[in-house]
Design a protein around this ligand. Structure first.
Ligand SMILES: Nc1ncnc2c1ncn2[C@@H]1O[C@H](COP(=O)(O)OP(=O)(O)O)[C@@H](O)[C@H]1O
Ligand SMILES: [Mg+2]
Length: 349
């Protein structure tokens, strides 16, 4: 019994306390009221009864206002706590009283933002773990192979002239893969951390492509592939980072060589109004349509074994995409399985 009483008193006091934030308004209203009555009646003897009745009215009003205010604050507190404890699945579950619709809207907006931030961070976290898993896996392959060849050699194969050179060559090939992978990883991490410094200027595109084609002609010759550059007009200049674009062209041309068994690789330039379109076209194995937008993902390869056996890392096109996007452009790809592929991008001229 006593408990209930003290509880009620506590509640009563807490309601009063809660509405006391309005004491200034009450004071103002009371004084105004007393002054008006006194002015109208000119009778000071009314003052005590006026004060007593105002006191009763004040306390009742304060109590009612406080009760309402506490109720609303409790509602808001509950919602904030629920958001904190992740209890809501959708914003529709957030409901406040009808006089708090503006606040309800604001809380819903905040909830949506927080939810999308959390989802973004979770996606990022997942991508990061996936990336680390991929890197470890890619590193393991050449390292295990090198380890295997060296162990076999140490266990006696070193004196077996039939295999010793072959094993050493194999081990060497895998160290090349390893170093390709590390170089690509360094590039990717520089790009993604924003450390890749770009240096844009106008330069003659013919000079660059001639050089790249010359440097890679032997690799094409070894596969009996024609590597042809159809030059643009000699004074055509494009705007970009020459070294980074060299990397792009090397990547695209080497891909074309890698994924072409017979025929030719053609590099050409089409001039458009304000742009030059650089095209690398091959008569290779092509890319199935459902993979066309996946080949730019890090580590994505249609045929892992084939790519790896040719020193591929699966990072080449991801790097190409980043570099071309840094030029405010986009890599386009058209391909038909069994017939060939065409990669192209625009540069400002
Ligand atoms: N010219 C091409 N013809 C056919 N497939 C290609 C070509 N270029 C890229 N690809 C496919 O896209 C994948 C990703 O390319 P890339 O990122 O350069 O990695 P990789 O190191 O395997 O060459 C390749 O493994 C290959 O399956
Ligand atoms: Mg590649």
């Amino acid at each position: 019994m006593l408990d209930i009483d003290s509880n009620t008193t506590n509640k009563f006091l807490s309601y009063l306390a809660s509405s006391l934030v309005y004491y200034r308004e009450f004071l103002f209203f009371n004084i105004l009221f007393i002054l008006t009555i006194l002015l109208l009646t000119q009778d000071v003897s009314l003052l005590p009864s006026l004060i007593i009745s105002l006191l009763v009215i004040d306390i009742t009003a304060l109590y009612l206002i406080g009760r309402r205010r506490n109720k609303e604050l409790d509602e808001i507190k509950t919602i904030i706590n629920n958001i904190r404890k992740n209890k809501y699945n959708s914003e529709e579950e957030i409901q406040l009283g009808s006089n708090l619709l503006a606040l309800q809207k604001a809380i819903k907006k905040m909830f949506k933002k927080e939810k999308s931030d959390i989802e973004y961070l979770q996606r990022l976290q997942k991508m990061r773990s996936q990336f680390i898993a991929n890197v470890s896996h890619e590193l393991r392959t050449p390292i295990f192979a090198i380890q295997g060849y060296i162990e076999t050699l140490l266990n006696g194969a070193i004196t077996d002239n039939n295999v010793n050179m072959h094993f050493l060559e194999k081990a060497n090939q895998h160290t090349v893969s390893l170093s390709n992978l590390l170089n690509d990883l360094i590039d990717i991490s520089m790009i993604e951390s924003g450390e890749m410094r770009m240096s844009y200027r106008y330069f003659r595109i013919n000079d660059l492509i001639n050089q790249v084609v010359l440097e890679n002609r032997k690799i094409a010759d070894d596969k009996n592939l024609e590597l042809i550059y159809i030059p643009a007009r000699d004074d055509l200049e494009v705007f970009g980072d020459k070294d980074k674009l060299r990397q792009v062209l090397v990547n695209l041309i080497l891909n074309s060589i890698k994924y072409t068994e017979k025929g030719k690789i053609e590099v050409l330039i089409e001039e458009e109004n304000k742009h030059a379109k650089i095209i690398v076209r091959d008569t290779g194995i092509g890319i199935p349509e459902n993979y066309l937008n996946r080949i730019f993902e890090r580590f994505f390869r249609i045929d892992k074994a084939r790519s790896r056996s040719q020193g591929g890392t699966g990072l080449g096109l991801a790097i190409v995409k980043h570099i071309i996007e840094a030029h405010n452009s986009k890599v386009a790809v058209i391909s038909k399985e069994g017939e060939g592929s065409e990669f192209s991008f625009l540069l400002k001229k």
